[in-house]
Design a protein around this ligand. Structure first.
Ligand SMILES: *Cc1c(COP(=O)(O)O)cnc(C)c1O
Length: 404
């Protein structure tokens, strides 16, 4: 750890007090408002990543801030030995937005925990010996041991072997491959409607319709991982709604509370019913402070009709990107988009290096594959901010080795 690296964390000595798990962060932000962030030197940045598809209402949203502040000075935490006033309203709202008939919610603290709970619920529901969860290659489901095992990226597994057993991966978006991978031991299929971390790869609607049919034929539970796609990010309340299907279990987290850590699973009633007191639990999950943030966030999404806003913003972004040279195609849905760059435009640079150059010009996005950028801007992004971001990308793509 160099002095410079320690300083990147805001540390005073040469020895970083933080594990090197995240490398050396390129910025230290101290304040955010709407789509903008300021670092400790006062430099303004335009945030087209939203803390990884989390702060959909923008930073420091006044309603969410007020709800959290009021709750903090009223009652933060009592544990799940007791109820609090936000749990039922937030659960009812989630069920309503999922729109798949009668179901129930269990709160968690993060996406990985939500998927972990979904996997445990599926195992509890299916008879013993029917515990295998099938997920897709290039998927991402979290970093706990079980959700890492479900994640379809073998290179991420290697340092942590042996992983929990009962996970299997199939080629993404290929129904025949999926069906060939199924046997009587398979109890659940776990899929993202748009693979986020895997490169912004949307599932074909027909694929999800086919998966639903296969699950029905074989008594397999369909779990949709909506951790990144949920709460209007894709232009529908949930990503699976584009395909018109109804999953049995849904996991969610990132967009639930505009940055306050909240995760949850929803399951249809008869599946939800298999969890009995003592089966699962969490000290913090569903606490009053976190759910005050969720409640205010979900109210705002509904008030603004978030899916309509997202579709409108998506159209403007696609239009502006369409006028840019150096883009092979734009993929994804709503405000979760992958921008595939041409080889010419990259000119030997990786997408991560291009994202870094954008950061140096005050635009936050990330490289999601070696050749594609990911953007996930807040729903409140303005036309002028979109123009600014596209101009920055254009300027970076136009850089030559001499001007870099
Ligand atoms: C981010 C993500 C997760 C993991 O969520 P954490 O809150 O980081 O644990 C799981 N699934 C998907 C699809 C994600 O995008």
């Amino acid at each position: 750890m160099t002095t410079e690296q320690a300083a990147a964390w805001g540390a005073t000595g040469e020895h970083s007090p933080l594990m090197n798990n995240y490398g050396s962060p390129p910025r230290l932000f101290v304040r955010g408002a709407g789509a903008e962030l300021w670092d400790r030197d006062g430099n303004r940045h335009l945030d087209f990543l939203c803390g990884l598809a989390v702060t959909s209402l923008g930073h420091s949203d006044p309603d969410v801030a007020a709800a959290v502040a009021t709750q903090a000075s009223t009652l933060i935490h009592t544990s799940n030995l007791f109820a609090n006033e936000h749990q039922a309203p937030v659960a009812e709202r989630i069920s309503e937005l999922i729109g798949c008939g009668s179901g129930q919610v269990l709160f968690q603290n993060s996406g990985a925990e939500a998927n972990e709970a979904a996997i445990k619920l599926a195992r509890r529901y299916q008879r013993r010996g029917r515990h295998v969860v099938v997920s897709a290659l290039r998927s991402f489901h979290g970093r706990t041991l079980a959700t890492l095992a479900a994640t379809g990226q073998p290179e991420k597994h290697e340092p942590f072997q042996p992983l929990p057993e009962g996970f299997r991966h199939v080629v993404w978006n290929d129904l025949d491959e999926l069906e060939n991978g199924l046997g009587p031991e398979v109890g659940a299929i776990l899929l993202e409607p748009v693979q986020g971390e895997g490169g912004v790869n949307p599932a074909a609607d027909e694929y999800l319709v086919g998966v639903r049919r296969i699950c029905d034929e074989r008594g397999i539970l369909l779990i949709m991982d909506e951790v990144q796609t949920g709460f209007a990010r894709t232009g529908d309340w949930f990503g699976f709604q584009h395909a018109g299907i109804e999953p049995d279990i849904v996991s969610m987290a990132k967009g639930v509370a505009n940055g306050v850590p909240v995760g949850a699973i929803w399951a249809r009633d008869d599946v939800a019913a298999v969890f009995e007191p003592g089966d699962h639990g969490s000290t913090f999950a569903g606490q009053a402070l976190a759910l005050a943030g969720a409640r205010a966030t979900l109210d705002r999404y509904v008030e603004m009709d978030a899916p309509t806003v997202v579709r409108d913003r998506e159209a403007v972004i696609r239009d502006r990107l369409g006028s840019l040279d150096g883009i092979d195609h734009v993929r994804g849905r709503g405000l979760l988009l992958g921008i595939e760059l041409t080889d010419d435009a990259r000119a030997g640079r990786t997408a991560a290096q291009i994202a870094r150059s954008c950061l140096d010009r005050g635009l936050i996005l990330n490289g999601i594959t070696p050749t594609a950028l990911r953007i996930a801007p807040p729903f409140i992004i303005t036309d002028a901010q979109i123009d600014e971001a596209v101009a920055t990308i254009a300027a970076v793509l136009a850089e030559t080795p001499e001007t870099r």
